[in-house]
Design a protein around this ligand. Structure first.
Ligand code: SAH
Length: 367
């Protein structure tokens, strides 16, 4: 197995290089490239070519390597399929938005949560990602952003072609972050410390693991918490999210309230809008009927929260359908009427299979 240089300490890297007959200053040169997210040794132009070749045969830069890179047609979204050292694959997504550059990272290879609408969980969970593997996803995105400067891509949606830094992180990729809580905390600490990403620009999304939320409260950083709610009653939620059999809605919301009260942050509620095809091939509303909109309003009334409505991204293996735009608006109108703060999540990179876990799944199926 190749040595991963990013994971070595300065002392270890110096020793590794001295075994290759290199002077001490080489360590700093190479460290600098590693910290920038250099995907290979060839880009390290201030390092002699012979050494670059040698390094390439015995080592790799990051603990992840890019298997596939897909760009949305508007150039704003880039999705990466990455391979880890044990050949597991994960995904991360770079979104260039009007408010900055946001990266969606994975916390596990696969997922154990078994949500009925999601692609990530179809093959189960393989393992937790290390701090360095999660952090490397940010570096891959950061490297990509730096390359934007030299490309002939159109101006970024935010109109600033020089805005080349990752500014926001969403932990919403494959996996349940609160099943890998300590590494995810380690990752956030590192992103804050090494890349200067503010706590308030980090959002962690969970299906509602109550002890994990309590751990975040104890940790004490004012990040944003997002809860994947997707249903306003225990009965419905348990049908589509098995985790609800363990942690009931009222417990999840109580823990979330405690979190938001500690930090005076607004809670984000994620609500996927699901339909189902009936015998006639028509789409019937599943969790987004007017009745459920009223129930959701009652559940959330008076809370400091924002409901993000997410039209379901089609996953072939899943027995749901996406509701019409009209149905989405009708659902939202009821929330608005009831004084609930809500918006519809813009779908980014739909043309590149950006819905959770699709790329990884399709690659495994050989598509
Ligand atoms: N396990 C965490 C984070 C990963 S999922 C969680 O449950 O929050 C990130 C978000 O994408 C969740 O809200 C999840 O429910 C949602 N999601 C999963 N599959 C989706 C799909 N096919 N279309 C739209 N959103 C989806």
């Amino acid at each position: 197995m190749k040595k991963i240089l990013f994971d070595l300490t300065d002392a270890e890297l110096t020793e590794f290089l001295s075994e290759l007959g290199q002077p001490r200053f080489r360590m700093k040169q190479i460290r600098d490239w590693l910290n920038r997210g250099a995907p290979n040794f060839d880009v390290m132009k201030n390092v002699p070519i012979d050494l670059r070749k040698k390094l390439d045969s015995v080592a790799q830069t990051l603990p992840v390597s890019i298997v596939k890179k897909l760009e949305s047609s508007d150039g704003a979204t880039t999705k990466f399929l990455l391979e880890l050292n044990d050949c597991e694959q994960i995904e991360c997504v770079l979104m260039r938005t009007s408010y900055g550059n946001s990266v969606c990272v994975s916390s596990q290879a696969g997922c154990a949560m078994g949500c009925k609408f999601c692609a990530s969980t179809l093959l189960g969970v393989k393992r937790n990602l290390t701090v360095s593997e999660i952090f490397s996803q940010i570096l891959v995105a950061q490297w990509e952003l730096r390359q934007d400067k030299f490309s002939d891509k159109p101006i970024r949606p935010n109109g600033d072609a020089n805005n080349n830094d990752v500014s926001h992180i969403v932990i919403m990729g494959t996996g349940e972050p609160l099943q890998n809580t300590e590494n995810v905390i380690g990752f956030m600490e590192r992103a804050n410390h090494d890349m200067g990403i503010g706590w308030r620009r980090i959002t962690l999304s969970t299906c509602g693991i109550v002890p994990g939320i309590k751990r975040l409260i104890e940790w004490g950083r004012p990040i944003n918490l997002a809860i994947s709610l997707h249903a306003p009653t225990d009965e419905l939620r348990s049908k589509i999210m098995p985790i609800n059999n363990k942690y009931k809605l009222s417990d999840v919301l109580a823990a979330s309230d405690e979190f938001t009260a500690t930090h005076n942050r607004q809670l984000m509620i994620e609500y996927i809008l699901l339909g189902k095809k009936n015998d006639k091939g028509e789409t019937e509303l599943y969790n987004c009927t007017p009745e459920y909109a009223e129930k959701l309003s009652n559940l959330l009334r008076g809370k400091n929260c924002m409901v993000n409505l997410i039209p379901w991204n089609t996953v072939d293996e899943r027995d749901f359908a996406s509701p019409s735009g009209n149905a989405v608006h009708r659902f939202q109108d009821i929330l608005i009427k009831n004084g609930i703060h809500t918006r519809i999540r813009r779908e980014r990179g739909n043309d590149i299979g950006s819905a959770c876990g699709q790329l990884r799944l399709n690659n495994k199926k050989g598509k």
